[in-house]
Design a protein around this ligand. Structure first.
Ligand code: C2E
Ligand code: CA
Ligand code: CA
Ligand code: CA
Length: 278
C-alpha cells in the first residue's frame, strides 16, 4: 500500500511539474509569437435565427504554435493574465479586427459588427479606453462596429474604474455586451444597474433545456432582458431544438456550433461576400 500511495503521489507531482513547465513555456514564447504572427484571429458568426443571415461575429484568438500545435485560449489566456501579456495580446486582436473592417469598408464589403473580448486586466486600466479610441481613428472605423464583450464577473470589483472606462467608451460610440451572463454567481438584479447595451446569455441556460423547469428559467430571463430594453444574444446553441425553443420565446440572435464554428478571418470574409452578392 505504501508503494502504491507513493506512486500516485509521484504521478501528481509529475503532472504538476509538467503543467508548470508548459505554463513557463507559454509565457516565454508570447513575445516571439506576437512577432511571428503565431496568434490568429478567428471569427465566429452571429446569426439571425429566423433567416440564418450573418449579422455579426466575435473575434476569438487561436495560437498556432510551431512548437506545440494549435493552443486554445482557455489554456493560454489565464497564463497571459498572470504575466500581464494579455494586455498586448488583446490589443493585437483588436487591431486585426479594426484593420479587417477598414479593408471591408474600402473594398466594397458592407461590414458587420465584430465584437472583441476584453480581459480582466484591461478593463480597470486607464489606458484601455484610449487604445480603442485611437484604433477607431487610425482605421477610420465607427466604434459601433467593434462591440466590447466584458464578463459579468468584472462588475464585482473596482466598479468605479470600470464604469469610468465604460461611460467614456460609450460616449465615443462603443457598445458593451455583458458576456457569459448567468454562468457566474452574479444576481439577476445587477442587470438593472450595469451600463451595458447587450446581454450575452451563456450556454449554461441551454443545459437540460428539455426539462420544463429549465424552460421556465430561460423564458423568464429572456423576458426580463426584453423588458429592460437591452439587446440580447444567446451563445452556445448546438441543436435545432434549442434554436426553435428560443425563437418561440422571442429571442432571435444566436451564436453557436449549430450555425457556425469559429473560422479563420478570410473564411468569414468569404461568407460575408457570398451573403451580400445574394
Ligand atoms: P467566450 O468569450 O465566452 O467565447 C465563446 C466560446 O464558446 C469560444 O471558445 C467559442 O468557440 C465557444 N463556442 C461557441 N459556440 C459554441 C457551442 O455551440 N458549443 C460550445 N461548447 N462552445 C461554443 P474559445 O474560442 O475556445 O474561447 C474561450 C474563451 O477564451 C472565450 O470565451 C474568452 O473568454 C477567451 N478569449 C478568446 N479570445 C480572446 C481574446 O482575444 N481576448 C481575451 N481576453 N479573451 C479571449
Ligand atoms: Ca466573448
Ligand atoms: Ca461567452
Ligand atoms: Ca467565457
Amino acid at each position: 500500500i505504501k508503494g502504491k500511495a507513493y506512486a500516485i503521489y509521484e504521478f501528481y507531482d509529475d503532472k504538476m511539474r509538467k503543467e508548470m513547465m508548459r505554463e513557463k513555456r507559454i509565457e516565454n514564447n508570447v513575445a516571439m509569437a506576437l512577432r511571428d504572427e503565431e496568434f490568429k484571429v478567428y471569427i465566429q458568426p452571429k446569426v439571425d435565427m429566423r433567416s440564418g443571415e450573418i449579422i455579426g461575429g466575435e473575434a476569438l484568438i487561436r495560437w498556432h504554435s510551431v512548437k506545440e500545435g494549435i493552443i486554445y485560449p482557455d489554456e493560454f489566456i489565464p497564463v497571459l493574465e498572470k504575466s500581464g501579456y494579455i494586455v498586448d495580446v488583446d490589443a493585437y486582436v483588436w487591431e486585426k479586427v479594426f484593420a479587417a473592417i477598414h479593408i471591408w469598408k474600402t473594398g466594397g464589403i458592407t461590414p458587420v459588427p465584430i465584437s472583441v473580448n476584453v480581459s480582466r486586466s484591461h478593463v480597470y486600466q486607464k489606458s484601455f479606453a484610449g487604445v480603442l479610441e485611437k484604433l477607431a481613428q487610425q482605421y477610420d472605423v465607427e466604434p459601433y462596429y467593434v462591440p466590447l464583450e466584458v464578463t459579468e464577473s468584472m462588475f464585482t470589483e473596482y466598479v468605479d474604474k470600470l464604469y469610468k472606462n465604460i461611460t467614456r467608451l460609450q460616449s465615443a460610440g462603443f457598445r458593451f455586451s455583458m458576456d457569459d451572463f448567468g454562468a457566474g454567481y452574479s444576481s439577476l438584479n445587477m442587470l438593472k444597474d450595469e451600463p451595458v447595451d447587450e446581454v450575452k446569455i451563456d450556454r449554461f441556460f441551454l443545459k437540460d433545456i428539455k426539462k420544463e423547469k429549465s424552460q421556465i428559467v430561460i423564458r423568464n430571463v429572456i423576458h426580463m432582458i426584453q423588458e429592460l430594453q437591452l439587446d440580447m444574444i444567446v451563445e452556445g446553441i448546438e441543436t435545432k431544438e434549442q434554436a426553435e425553443l428560443l425563437m418561440n420565446y422571442g429571442s432571435y440572435k444566436a451564436q453557436g456550433y449549430y450555425y457556425y464554428k469559429p473560422m479563420p478571418m478570410t473564411e468569414f470574409e468569404q461568407l460575408l461576400i457570398k451573403q451580400q452578392k445574394g
